[in-house]
Design a protein around this ligand. Sequence first.
Ligand code: ADP
Length: 408
Amino acid sequence: MNVLVINAGSSSLKYQLIDTDTDTLYAKGVCERIGGAGSLIEHKQIIKGIKVKKESPMKDHAEAMRLVVEYLVDPEVGCIKSMDEIQAIGHRVVHGGAYFSQSILLNDDVLAKLDKCRDFAPLHTIAHLMGIKGCLETMPGKPQALVFDTAFHQTMAPEAYVYALPYEMYEKYGIRRYGAHGTSHRYVSAEMAKILGKPVEETKIVTCHIGNGSSISAVKGGKVMDTSMGFTPLAGVEMGTRCGDIDPAIVPYMMEKENLTPAQVNDLMNKKSGFLGVSGFSSDSRDLESAIADGPSNPNYERAKLAVDILKHNIKKFIGAYTAVMNGLDAVVFTAGIGENNPHLRELVCEDMEFFGIKFDKAANDAAPHVSENTKISADDSKVAVYVLPTNEELVIAKDTAALVAEL
Ligand code: ADP
């Protein structure tokens, strides 16, 4: 089945056309600056190896969708003859609140519940609603499925998702841990379980999705027991520009000292912290790594090293905590931009972890700086397997969509 996977942001729309029978990616691309000046589409036809980048006016997501379909059916740069060859659409949705614990086909009730998720992720949810509306306008009658980043984490027990605040905060406002990157954690933990070769029910896996945004999950028996992101994606480990876990009392303290509004302190923690805040010069791990490689002669060396060491320390703590929570550990998985492309960080995390049964294979890690296929980086006699597994959220979205549509 050909599924068009849509990831709608507030001013962007990413897409992939995937054949779920053969797991073939036909085309992918992104529309940027939708609704603004200089909107453009970048389209890649994977089979023919063609790339196009073109400015094109798009006043809203519906126009972006029309353009995407135009490119997909174009005789030169397209990959299908007509829109009829798209059997379904699968949307990536960032937040499903407590309403959605699995992927679901769109209907009026689902749409109404999604609308309520605006409370948790306003910008993302509004963007998803625009993407869905765009598809409804461009391809009326085509089945649409929603696949939620939060759904995989819905298996957590209350002791993992309820915060020790007055209970009314949970009841009145839904303040609880929801987590994020669930689709990625689900994909890599399932891949890892296959590699371990024992029944999923018996597996204990820590998945480290480390990118610009990062989260770590404890997946026991195929179900999430805990995850590092919380009510919002600000919690957990240090990230590109997000601070991760801090003492909550720091928030009112900073507000008072710096005379900040809630919006300003939110901005400080989400956009000016993490790698960027600590290093003082970049949120990108490549820049930090290059400053570290230069050594102390580079003026950014000390703080770049500190930023990376903080992340290393954070990840180690989560691996330790989640091993305790699961009462054991079979495997640690690294994935996403940094997990797949930063061997230095992987090494920092995995060294001095013998107590946890991790015997790191430095040579295997060094030999795979950029991982595009499942790669083992622990020694053969390591009690705990350590792997780098490239994530593929779009494939999960396409497959979930195809499975739901097949049941119609
Ligand atoms: P997002 O959370 O926005 O999806 P990514 O998963 O793409 O982010 O991760 C972005 C991070 O991954 C950046 O810090 C970047 O330095 C790093 N990264 C991505 N690709 C590469 C690469 N090819 N080589 C080195 N680092 C990379």
